[in-house]
Design a protein. Structure first.
Length: 297
């Protein structure tokens, strides 16, 4: 009996040694099969902003109360516009900075008329910590030469803002993505501006409804677009001015675009809503904030 037990012990030891010397291919983890769950870790935006034009009526009534409410929705960044009271909405810089501190927000930029009173606006913007003054509109130009002239103006504006510690950017609409004289006007602006002086804010909605492809254009000019406007478009080919819907209700693949653009230099993701199929502008702002807070990419 003892001899038989000894044989079993010896056999177990030999099997254990054999396992230790088995070829590595027999010990490798099994390969994933088609249909297995992808365990890739997803990311969410840690901060996003809103263009205050989205709630312009509320801003006109009470700018401070409106900005406090937006901060409560989860917006950490604001992008302003001149609603007739200046880029600080009638507030003194110290008062404006106090509001930002109270709400835990930053004023990233403001759309502004950069062709008039530039230095005065730049001084205000710098004092409250803005990063950018942005040209929101130049209108369709008559020729490509006219776009080249605008590009030259942009370089000059960028040079002036540089002395205030600010950057200049241009915000597109659909017209710069419509073929003109065999070229795309946006290309003229991109190719004739100095990257050291001029950045761009891609309004993804306007690129999309102009039948251009935002992903391809971002890849064509990596690092030139530092800010973007997020607003969705309903499917179809209707009036491009009438296709705006709440984020997530349209056809623009924002998870993919955010992931791609962040990898090539995009820094600021700013909600803008100009059409309201239902509800109030403030309700739309709250819904869009919830969408972006939960969006994984």
């Amino acid at each position: 009996m003892k001899n038989q037990r000894r044989k079993f012990i010896q056999m177990g030891a030999m099997l254990g040694m054999g396992a230790a010397f088995m070829p590595l291919q027999f010990c490798a983890a099994p390969k994933k099969k088609e249909g297995d769950l992808d365990e890739t870790v997803k990311s969410t935006l840690s901060a996003f902003g809103i263009q205050l034009y989205s709630v312009k009526e509320d801003m006109a009534v009470d700018a401070q109360a409106t900005m406090r409410s937006l901060a409560g929705f989860g917006y950490k960044q604001f992008e302003g516009f001149d609603g007739g009271k200046g880029i600080l909405w009638g507030m003194q810089p110290a008062e404006f900075k106090s509001l930002l501190s109270e709400t835990g927000t930053t004023m990233v930029a403001s759309h502004a008329n950069v062709f008039e009173n530039l230095e005065a606006q730049a001084a205000q913007a710098a004092e409250v910590g803005m990063k950018y003054l942005i040209c929101p509109w130049i209108g369709p130009q008559k020729s490509l030469d006219d776009y080249k002239k605008k590009a030259n103006e942009f370089n000059q504006i960028g040079e002036k803002l540089k002395s205030f510690g600010l950057r200049f950017a241009y915000h597109n609409h659909d017209y710069t993505f419509v073929n003109q004289e065999g070229s795309i006007p946006q290309d003229i602006l991109m190719d004739n501006t100095d990257p050291e002086l001029v950045d761009f804010e891609m309004d993804i909605y306007w690129v999309h409804v102009a039948n251009a492809k935002p992903a391809e254009y971002l890849a064509k000019y990596p690092g030139r677009f530092r800010l973007c406007h997020l607003k969705d478009a309903e499917s179809g080919t209707g009036d491009p001015h009438q296709r705006g819907v709440l984020l997530g209700a349209g056809e623009i693949p924002y998870a993919d675009l955010i992931k791609q653009s962040k990898a090539i230099g995009m820094e600021y993701f700013i909600v803008e809503q100009e059409r309201f199929p239902s509800g109030t502008p403030m309700e739309a702002a709250e819904t869009n904030a919830k969408y972006l807070s939960a969006l994984e990419y």
